[in-house]
Write a new protein. Structure first.
Length: 220
C-alpha cells in the first residue's frame, strides 16, 4: 500500500514538474533553456567548451565583425569599440577592447546595452595580464584565492576573485552587445546596432551548443 502511494506521488510530482517546465518554455519562447544552462554553469563553475561549426573574427582597425559557418562567411557587421582607442586591453583600468581568441561563455536575452548580449571567456588572457601588471604580488593574491576556492580557471570565478580583491581586480566582463555604432563609446566591449546584435545572436544560436563555445578572434 505504501509503495503504491509513493509511486502515485512520484508520478504526480513528475507531471507537475513537466507541466511547469513546459509552461515556462512556452512563456519564454524557449529562452528558459539558455537561462538554465547559464545558471548551471555559474553555480558549478563549469568551463566553456569550444565548438567549431561557427566562428567570429573581429578586425578592430576596420570596425568589422565577420561570422563564419563551416568556414564560409555567413554575415558581416559594423562595430563600435572602446572609447579609449584601439590598443589591446592590458589592465582593468585601461578599459580597452582586448585582442586574442576567446570563447562565448553566455547568451543573454537581456542587456542594458541593447536587446542581446554575449559574454566572452577571457580568463586566461586576463590572468596573464594580471601577472604582468602585479608581478609577484599578483601571483600571491591569485595563489591565496586558489588555496581557499580552488583553481581560478573559469570566467565565473574572475567575478568572485574581483569581489574578494576590490582594490586589485583583473579585467573581465567583455561583451558583444547592442547600443549603436556611430562612434567608439564602450569601455572595452564590442557594440553593434540593436537589430544587428539580434541577427548575430540568432545566427550563432544555431550552433551545436546554442552559441556557447563559439570562438571569437579579435584582431588589431
Amino acid at each position: 500500500m505504501n509503495n503504491k502511494w509513493i509511486k502515485w506521488g512520484f508520478a504526480i510530482i513528475s507531471i507537475l514538474v513537466f507541466a511547469l517546465w513546459a509552461g515556462l518554455y512556452r512563456i519564454s519562447n524557449g529562452h528558459i533553456i539558455d537561462y538554465a544552462i547559464w545558471r548551471w554553469m555559474v553555480t558549478f563553475n563549469r568551463p566553456v567548451r569550444r565548438v567549431d561549426d561557427f566562428r567570429i573574427v573581429i578586425h578592430k582597425s576596420d570596425h568589422q565583425l565577420f561570422v563564419y559557418e563551416e568556414d564560409q562567411q555567413a554575415a558581416a557587421y559594423t562595430i563600435a569599440l572602446s572609447q579609449y582607442g584601439l590598443a589591446p586591453r592590458e589592465t582593468w583600468e585601461d578599459s580597452l577592447t582586448p585582442e586574442g581568441e576567446f570563447l562565448i561563455a553566455s547568451m543573454q536575452y537581456k542587456s542594458i546595452f541593447g536587446p542581446r548580449q554575449m559574454l566572452l571567456d577571457t580568463t586566461q588572457e586576463s590572468l596573464n595580464d594580471y601577472f604582468r601588471q602585479y608581478g609577484e604580488e599578483g601571483q600571491e593574491r591569485i595563489a591565496a584565492w586558489e588555496e581557499k576556492h580552488g583553481p581560478l580557471d573559469t570566467i565565473w570565478e574572475t567575478y568572485d576573485f574581483n569581489e574578494s580583491n576590490p582594490g586589485y581586480p583583473m579585467w573581465n566582463d567583455i561583451l558583444i552587445h547592442g547600443g549603436g555604432t556611430s562612434s567608439d563609446w564602450t569601455i572595452g566591449c564590442i557594440a553593434l546596432e540593436n537589430q544587428d546584435v539580434i541577427t548575430l545572436f540568432d545566427l550563432i544560436h544555431g550552433s551545436q551548443n546554442r552559441g556557447l563555445g563559439v570562438p571569437v578572434e579579435i584582431r588589431p
